[in-house]
Design a protein around this ligand. Sequence first.
Ligand SMILES: Nc1nc2c(ncn2[C@@H]2O[C@H](COP(=O)(O)OP(=O)(O)O)[C@@H](O)[C@H]2O)c(=O)[nH]1
Ligand SMILES: [Mg+2]
Length: 194
Amino acid sequence: MFINWKLREINLKIVYYGPALSGKTTNLQYIHAKTNPNIRGELVSLKTRGDRTLYFDFLQLELGQIAGLKPRFNLYTVPGQSYYVGSRRLVLQGADGIVFVADSQRERFQANVEAVKDMAENLRSLGLNPESMPLVLQCNKQDLPNAVQPSVLQRRLGMTKVTCFPSVAIKGTGVFDTLKAIINLVVAQAQKKL
Ligand SMILES: Nc1nc2c(ncn2[C@@H]2O[C@H](COP(=O)(O)OP(=O)(O)O)[C@@H](O)[C@H]2O)c(=O)[nH]1
Ligand SMILES: [Mg+2]
């Protein structure tokens, strides 16, 4: 959270975290495509040639008011491939909330588990408490025949207390439900601090 009192703006950072290819970039692309250009910035992506996220994707939204301040939500993704651990930690720095985008395909189960572990470790190494971080779980790729039920995934990832949304990000299903839920959590937390 960063407040610019002069401009009366509050900057809040939401990070889309998860294993490689779970659909994090697709979430941001859909949000970008469906929001009014007057309230959002451009989608900035730093990609490799294979269209994979190299550092992060970034999208800014301006919505509503918090205690008389104008909130700017800065949405980031992380690169999921295991060797980008340094970039993931960097992107997590200063996070106010996290959307964990799980890949619901059965064969990606272990990748999800590892990403959850990696997320907790990175948060701790940044001095952030994984338990108190606003978090929403998105069970993406529910359209695929080998997709696991959200409730099963939620339980096996140890996230039974976390709000969970099934999604098909390529069609936009569940994308805004997820975004609204994390925004609500982040705003509630920010209001407590203000
Ligand atoms: N079938 C299906 N494919 C998806 C879905 N969401 C994303 N994808 C595809 O999965 C691949 C990886 O998505 P991307 O957003 O780049 O993943 P990221 O690595 O998490 O940023 C792309 O080919 C997407 O089109 C989904 O809900 N269903
Ligand atoms: Mg990506």
